[in-house]
Ligand binder design. Structure first.
Ligand code: SF4
Length: 339
């Protein structure tokens, strides 16, 4: 039997170890060895009895595996390709920025949301990743122990794999896990309502909704999920949800020249988001291959930011990273794999 320790919660391991006389301290030491010390062989776990190691080795593997490829950008962003034991391929991006070290993780191999602007969407859906696959994207990396922020903005729609995403969030924030503050963890969605409801109830991490257009008919063209789950409804839920201190709800708005950066779009955005604590992240558009569209100019983005801010809506411009290696979060080009 090859159960994997990476991705397990203490209660799951306790069920296995308890009948053999091992207590919570043994469980915690094992969890810390995996998640914090990133020990990739059970025989190397310290501070637990030899007999326990033997027992674990008979039934478990650590579940920590390295990436199979990587590409480094001129701005030091690194994109990694992973392949798990089900032969699913997925990408992870490491974004160092002074003291802030962010990892952008994938939650699925491919995606079934079919957003036409997204290379992952065109790749189709291959399978869900387990919580262990998600956590491994952090702890197996050479810089894994330096990570301060985690964003779920890689391949896949997190709310379409919500149970594994919630489990991964729990491992990220717990003292027996990676102990990263929940305010430094952001899950991004195109707006899958049932998943969002569960996420709001069962996690304290931040939430970002990819909007890209304030007009439902236009948004439907770039985000097909709008048909079933209108952004207006999700924004209403986000606006009315009692925000705990420091939990952040935000709106991602990729700015495309002459497509969604008109004054009419700006006014509609102000109307949609006014009177709420929602923040707006304005992102440059990444062209892919022969794409006729291009990003709005920096001046236009700054104008949007200024206008939103003076209307009382908190707005910021996110800088572009890793363009030369197609590492834009949510737009992973999958150029590393064997596709
Ligand atoms: S933008 Fe996100 S939800 Fe849409 S297809 Fe790409 S990965 Fe999936």
């Amino acid at each position: 039997m090859n159960n994997k320790l990476c991705g397990m919660l203490p209660d799951d391991l306790q069920i296995f170890l308890g009948p053999h006389g091992y207590d919570r301290s043994h469980v915690t030491k094992t969890m810390l060895a995996i998640y914090r010390k990133r020990i990739n062989h059970i025989s190397l776990i310290q501070g637990i009895p030899k007999a326990l190691k033997e027992m674990l080795r008979a039934d478990f593997i650590t579940g920590i595996y390295p990436p199979c490829k990587s590409a480094k950008s001129v701005d030091n962003t690194i994109k990694y390709l992973f392949r798990n034991d089900k032969d699913l391929e997925f990408e992870t991006v490491y974004l160092p920025d002074n003291k802030r070290k962010t990892i952008c993780v994938s939650t699925q191999a491919g995606c079934r949301m079919g957003c036409p602007f997204c290379v992952t969407g065109r790749y189709g859906f291959r399978g869900n990743l387990s919580a262990g696959d998600i956590i491994n994207q952090i702890i197996s990396l050479p810089h894994g122990d330096e990570v301060s922020h985690v964003v779920f903005m890689g391949m896949g729609e997190p709310m379409d794999n919500i149970e594994e995403v919630l489990k991964a969030c729990k491992i990220l924030v717990s003292d027996w896990g990676l102990a990263i503050s929940s305010r430094n963890i952001t899950v991004s969605t195109v707006g899958i309502l049932p998943g969002i409801v569960e996420f709001l109830k069962r996690s304290d991490c931040n939430l970002t909704l990819s909007l890209h257009s304030p007009f439902p008919d236009e948004r439907r063209l770039v985000i097909p999920a709008e048909k079933k789950y209108p952004a207006q409804k999700i924004i209403d839920i986000m606006k009315s949800y009692p925000l705990m201190k420091k939990r952040r709800f935000s709106i991602a708005y990729v700015m495309i020249m002459d497509i969604n950066d008109s004054d009419t779009h700006l006014e509609a955005l102000k109307k949609l988001l006014g009177d709420s604590p929602l923040r707006v992240n304005l992102l440059p558009y990444h062209r892919v291959n022969s794409d006729p569209n291009s990003s709005s100019s920096l001046e236009r983005m700054q104008f949007f930011k200024h206008e939103l801010t003076i209307s009382g809506i908190s707005a910021s411009i996110r800088k572009s990273r890793g363009e030369d290696i197609s590492a834009a979060c949510g737009l992973l080009a999958s150029g590393l794999g064997k596709k």
